[in-house]
Design a protein around this ligand. Sequence first.
Ligand SMILES: [Zn+2]
Length: 239
Amino acid sequence: MTQSFAALLDLQRIDVELDRIRARLAALEAGEPLREIVEDLEETGRALDRRSRLLQTLERDAQREEAEAHELRAERERLEQRLYGGEIASVKEMEKMQERMQHLAETADAHETAALEAMEQAEELRPVIERLAARRRRLEGELARLRAELETEAKELRQQEEALAASVGPAREAVPPALLRDYDFHRRRRGGEVVALVEGDRCAACHVTLPVAVVNRVKKQERLETCENCGRLLAWLGG
Ligand SMILES: [Zn+2]
């Protein structure tokens, strides 16, 4: 029986290791370890796009306001030339022109101020955009490195999986059929580690103290017992 238990534990070790490898491979194939950095990269890209568009708008605004101010000043200059060119005789008309010139100067100033404000905002935005662009480059580098690492890991895991899968058959053959039936039943029902060693008077999996009678039966190998607390099959390797 001790030998049978050893064979059963050996099979369990292989099955649990296969579970672990397959779960990790599934996570790798689903891109799970990359998720965080991919999300970070996408968010950084969106932030960078938003601010780049804002910068373009501000630069266009500044240009437009500047052009507007320039045009108004040119118009004012043309009026000034006419005013002092002696073409206008009427005092009333001269006053009207002066008023108009004053208005043009004020409006031009307002556009100039708007242009300066837009330029200032654009200046503040440039270092932010540079930082975001640098962050994106760094994240892209990290992602490429991580991807290569995970590909190597997946390749190694697939090799391990193949080797382990090949050892399942011989490992099962070494276990008596009755034990194997119980083991398979428990594995199907709850998965993971379904066989626990008895250590002293405790279940090594859940650490609960087992009834003396149960421990004795396991040790006498009268029949296959289960832990009342965690439901695992109990095995004893002697000693
Ligand atoms: Zn237990």
